[in-house]
Ligand binder design. Structure first.
Ligand SMILES: Nc1ncnc2c1ncn2[C@@H]1O[C@H](COP(=O)(O)OP(=O)(O)OP(=O)(O)O)[C@@H](O)[C@H]1O
Length: 243
C-alpha cells in the first residue's frame, strides 16, 4: 500500500499482514507513517495505491492515542462505555475487568488519570468483540510499571480471545519483550522480524537514539535512502536494520 498526501509519499509500498493470535508492533521515528498505516488498516485513510485486505466480517477494535471528552458532561466510565453500542451492565463489567479497571466503573471519566483512561479505552475496544485489536501508542500515558502491566493485559487478551493485535509503540524495550513481530517503519518497511532475531546495530541506534540501547537488531544491506518528499533514492549504500 502507498499513501501520498499532496505530492509527498508518506507510506511507500508497505506490505504487512497480521495473523489471528499474533502481536505485531509498529515502531518508527516521529512522522514515519505509523498512524497513517493504522488509519488505513481501519479504513479511515484511503490508500493512493494498493489496498487493505480484511477477512470477511472482520471486527476491528481500536484504542486511539486519546479521546477528548466534554469536560462539562457528568459521565461515569460505565455510561461512557455505553455511548457507542448497546451493551449490558455485565458486558461493561467484564470488559473493565479484562482491561484491569473494574474499580473505575462509577468514576467520572473527567477525573480519571491518563493511564486509567487508556485502560477504559481498551475496555471500549474489547466491547466490540474484536478479531483484530489495533492499539495506537497504548503505553503513551503510562509509567514503567503500568506499561508492563498493560502489556501483560494485552497478552492475556490475545491468549483468551485469539485475536490479532496491531500496536504502535515508542517503548522499544517493552515492544521487544512482548511482541511476536516488530515492523520498523520509516515511510517504507525498513525493519521487520522476530524480536529474538534482532541484534545491535548503529543505524538502529541512530534512528532511535538512546532508547535503542540494549536492543538487538539484525542487519541487511539497504540500497536506498529517502528524499524530503519521501521518494526512494537508489544511490544510497547504507545499512538498514531488520528486527
Ligand atoms: N491528513 C494528512 N494530510 C497531510 N499530511 C499528513 C496527514 N496525516 C499525516 N500526514 C503527514 O504524514 C506523515 C506521517 O504522519 P503519521 O502521523 O502517520 O506519523 P507517525 O509515525 O504516526 O508519527 P508520530 O510518531 O509522531 O505519531 C507526517 O509527516 C504527517 O505530517
Amino acid at each position: 500500500m502507498t499513501v501520498r498526501f499532496g505530492g509527498r509519499t508518506v507510506l511507500d509500498r508497505v506490505n504487512i499482514a497480521v495473523q489471528p493470535g499474533e502481536v505485531v508492533t509498529l515502531i518508527g521515528p516521529n512522522g514515519a507513517g505509523k498512524t497513517t498505516l493504522v488509519r488505513a488498516v481501519l479504513g479511515l485513510t484511503a490508500p493512493s495505491g494498493g489496498r487493505v485486505l480484511r477477512r470477511p466480517n472482520l471486527r476491528v477494535g481500536y484504542m486511539p492515542q486519546r479521546l477528548s471528552v466534554d469536560q462539562t458532561l457528568p459521565l461515569t466510565v460505565r455510561r461512557f462505555l455505553a455511548l457507542w453500542r448497546p451493551v449490558t451492565a455485565d458486558q461493561v463489567a467484564a470488559a473493565l475487568e479484562e482491561a484491569g479497571v473494574k474499580r473505575l466503573a462509577d468514576s467520572a471519566v473527567q477525573t480519571i488519570s491518563g493511564g486509567e483512561m487508556q485502560r477504559v479505552l481498551l475496555a471500549r475496544a474489547l466491547l466490540g468483540e474484536p478479531d483484530l485489536l489495533v492499539l495506537d501508542e497504548p503505553d503513551q500515558a503510562v509509567d514503567v510499571h503500568g506499561q508492563a502491566e498493560l502489556f501483560n493485559r494485552i497478552a492475556q487478551v490475545r491468549q483468551r480471545r485469539g485475536c490479532g493485535v496491531l500496536l504502535v509503540s515508542h517503548d522499544l524495550h517493552t515492544v521487544m519483550a512482548r511482541t511476536d513481530r516488530v515492523i520498523c517503519l520509516n515511510a517504507h518497511v525498513c525493519c521487520s522480524g522476530r524480536p529474538e532475531d534482532v541484534s545491535r546495530h548503529p543505524e538502529y541506534h541512530a534512528l532511535f537514539g538512546g532508547h535503542a540501547r540494549d536492543l538487538a537488531v539484525y542487519v541487511h544491506h539497504h540500497d536506498h535512502a529517502h528524499a524530503e518528499d519521501g521518494k526512494v533514492v537508489h544511490d544510497h549504500d547504507g545499512d538498514c536494520c531488520h528486527g
